[in-house]
Design a protein around this ligand. Sequence first.
Ligand code: AMP
Length: 437
Amino acid sequence: MQKIQKIKGTQDILPPESEKWQFVENTIRDIMHRYGYHEIRTPIFEETALFARGIGQLTDIVSKEMYTFEDRGKKSLTLKPEGTAPVMRAVIEHSLTVARPVNKLYYISPFFRQENPQSGRFRQFHQFGAEIIGSPMPEADVETILLGLDIYRALGLSSFVLKINSVGDAESRVNYKNVLKEWLKPHFDALCRTCQERYEQNPLRILDCKETECRRITAGAPKMIDNLTPAAEEHFRAVLRMLEENDVAFEIDHRLVRGLDYYTYTAYEFIGSSLGAQNALGGGGRYDLLAQELGGKPTPSVGFAAGIERLLMALEAENLLPETALRPDMYIATPGAEGRMQAYKLAQELRAQGIRVETDLLGRSLKAQMREANRNGARLVAIAGESELQAGKVVLKNLENGEQQDVPLAQLGEIVRKMLAPIDSQTATVRAENRDS
Ligand code: AMP
């Protein structure tokens, strides 16, 4: 029979790769908690209308990348392609802003987009993201940036830049759209077909077109930040000043636009230097008008989302991942069939004390079990022969230095924990160093 394979653009995350993911996810959670963010988990699928309204019909995501299907009740559902619209839907649905005026939420989740798979671009991918729902202050914009930076810093990543821009408030954008269209008019025929379509519907997106000719044309275009209302300009200046106060380096990028009407004020991106074509590590910004778009009350909000696959690729490229593969603390090897039952009970007792214990599940010879212990990277082996067990002891061998000793069963847990303590604190040190550097 033909074997079934995974769907194009998806990945199996196998051990020990999965342990790298856990390491990265644990660091993300740790930093999110330091900043006072609480986890939110929203469903994998939602009503299609949520994304059509919450991301915008004119975006690539909604116009061609969503996994949309009808369920048996003929309802149109979509696998979530991003996290902000579902978070906002949940905040509105559960009236979270009534209980707390500011909600700081984070997520780590898979997302789905039917893009052409390539290095760093998948159809099921993962993002971590954070949202501050309910604050209009520039401090909130900056907090999300500092939070993202701290997560990268905790993982040791430094080869990326922060690009930032302001897309203004609704009024600034209306003005700027007119200024930009007027300026582009004489160049219309030279724009690519897509940008010609964008000209009426969504002219800001012409600025981030990747086509060489479009980029050449827009290089001299008027800038959004020269066309902001006084309020939007003040907000942007406050953000930049606070970044400077916090010693954060940034580049203003006039091409960084979010074409949609409910994106407001700050827009930013973290761009990796070791990633090749798919070099966006993450991006974020303010979306003060999204809550209303989804039927809620006006709720100024800001947040970011960042890819985990690309983060892992960047960490890998720079050799920044510490040894994360899970190793058993000890392996219990037992030569005879008789001893197996007792050895397994012993394993259970030690596991109950928090020790990571492996046993043989294939009825192998003692020699083969010792080989297995080595292959699994066990630190200790307890050889539980029948005669030893009868005498109430095991032979405990330290696989890292070859030393061995007889240990009474009653003291085994305590002795093993003592032997492991320096190793555990070493591992903890590696992690702490990794975080602090
Ligand atoms: P976006 O929601 O498009 O702003 O994406 C935010 C981040 O998620 C990007 O900067 C990438 O790191 C990551 N990302 C987006 N789409 C994909 C994808 N198809 N495959 C892998 N990572 C992605």
